[in-house]
Write a protein that binds this ligand. Structure first.
Ligand code: GLY
Ligand code: MN
Ligand code: MN
Length: 436
């Protein structure tokens, strides 16, 4: 993997010109009082270094004579390590992570200027860590002040996100292997969940079955809080209480994925708790399934990112008109977004080191074009939410539909000839999810 991180740093450095890029590790997150969550490195930091410790700073200075890659890290400290775990330390940061130079993090203020004073720009993302922003800005200001004397130094701060975003958007072979593994583990977990769901069981029991598989197969854990939503709970998009007893005749919506070596999967399936759809559930399910299949068919290199969503919206709207939930002409209903009370979210997001991964969806007025190596979710749904305010020109929703929530989500890789559904192994056909 070291060769891969090196390649990424070189690719980034080739875009920095005479600039110097600074990356800050993620902060520790507190669970309560002095108890902390498992540490999880900032995705950009990890993507460029593979280094998973807090209190670290990475500097990339392509114009520097000796040190193009510098790490500031926590020094070895026997006493502290007994409490908070192993630290790589300054020396090993060079050996294990390929840094040209490494320093204790306490020396940042003293050592950082030498990597900035010959740079013409500082590349840094201001969006994450306020107090570290202040530190970077202080260095920048002090270099600006002394610029007239030295005649060299940074005169702009530029965001690293556009460069990192477009790099991370296209997955390498090594990344793809990890994504496939994350997808395979979540596929197994969802398939098991479908088998063990039964009337009378609690949502959290199914959550436990899923997350058991995640850890059992070596995943770090859930990629996001698992959603196990029965009955009307499925109409709450981010329902995570998962504490209800499931009843026969209801649907169960499960949105759960895992993080495997930092790479995420994100799968949703909806199926009948008791093994048989009601007539209404089946009608709406078939609409969502058709929308999802037609949206997935749009995933082809050269198509726009938005074409996937547009197709899903069209098929969903046609279906809603057909069953009488919406009234009017399909094109006009789409233009006026009359489907939104029933389909209020987007169809896709990029997937990778972050669940909602980096990378733009639109370049100003220009659409993002799908390219081989990108991975996106395709996740249309219908949610007939009780008491939703409808437009005046729309019919009151027949109560027989109310309370039904359905989403179907797969992870889809753009290939050179079309696409590959990485999560295709989880049953979603009507007869499969009925005859579990
Ligand atoms: N589970 C988060 C999402 O589907 O976007
Ligand atoms: Mn999801
Ligand atoms: Mn998703």
């Amino acid at each position: 993997m070291q060769a891969e991180y090196l390649k990424r740093r070189q690719q980034l450095m080739s875009k920095l010109g005479n600039g110097t890029a600074i990356f800050r590790s993620a902060p520790m997150a507190v669970m309560h009082n002095d108890v902390e969550y498992n540490y999880r490195q900032d995705s950009d930091f990890f993507y460029l270094t593979g280094f998973n410790e807090p209190q670290a700073v990475a500097v990339l200075a392509p114009h520097h004579a000796e040190h193009q890659f510098v790490l500031f890290v926590q020094p070895k400290d026997r006493e502290k390590e007994v409490w908070t775990g192993y630290r790589c330390g300054v020396e090993a940061a060079k050996e294990l992570y390929g840094a040209d130079e490494a320093y204790p993090i306490a020396e940042l203020d003293e050592k950082l200027p030498q990597y900035l004073e010959k740079a013409d720009r500082i590349f840094y993302h201001l969006g994450r860590d306020r107090s570290f922003n202040d530190k970077v800005l202080k260095h920048y200001q002090s270099l600006l002040r002394t610029y007239p004397k030295r005649g060299t130094g940074p005169i702009a701060i530029e965001d690293t996100s556009p460069i990192l975003g477009s790099m991370r958007l296209i997955k390498s072979q090594a990344e793809l292997e990890l994504m496939r593994q994350a997808a395979a583990i979540a596929t197994e977990a969802h398939s098991l969940a479908q088998q063990v769901t039964a009337p009378g069981r609690y949502e959290y029991e199914i959550q436990a079955e899923i997350e058991h598989i995640f850890r059992l197969r070596g995943a770090m854990g859930p990629a996001y809080p698992s959603i196990v939503a029965s009955g009307v709970n499925a109409c709450v998009l981010h329902y995570i209480e998962n504490d209800r007893q499931m009843q026969d005749g209801e649907l169960l919506l499960i949105d759960a994925g895992c993080a495997y070596s930092y790479y995420n999967s994100d799968i949703t399936r909806t199926f009948p708790v008791g093994g048989k759809f009601t007539a209404e559930q089946k009608i709406l399910y078939e609409i969502v399934l058709e929308a999802q299949k037609q949206a997935i068919a749009q995933v082809q290199p050269g198509n726009t990112f938005n074409s996937v969503h547009d197709k899903a919206v069209r098929v969903l709207t046609e279906g809603l008109v057909e069953v009488g939930i919406l009234k009017g002409e399909v094109d006009k209903l789409i233009e006026e977004e009359k489907y939104k009370p029933y389909y209020m979210h987007r169809t896709s997001h990029w997937l990778g080191l972050d669940v909602h991964d980096v990378g733009v969806y639109q370049h100003g007025d220009n659409p993002q074009i799908l390219q081989p190596g990108q991975i996106l979710t395709v996740e249309p749904g219908l949610y007939i939410v009780p008491d939703t305010k409808l437009a005046e020109d729309q019919p009151a929703t027949d109560p027989r539909w109310v309370g039904i929530g359905i989403r179907i989500e797969d992870d889809v890789l753009v290939t050179s000839t079309g696409h590959e559904v990485l999560t295709a192994g989880v049953p979603k056909e009507v007869d499969e999810v009925e005859r579990r």
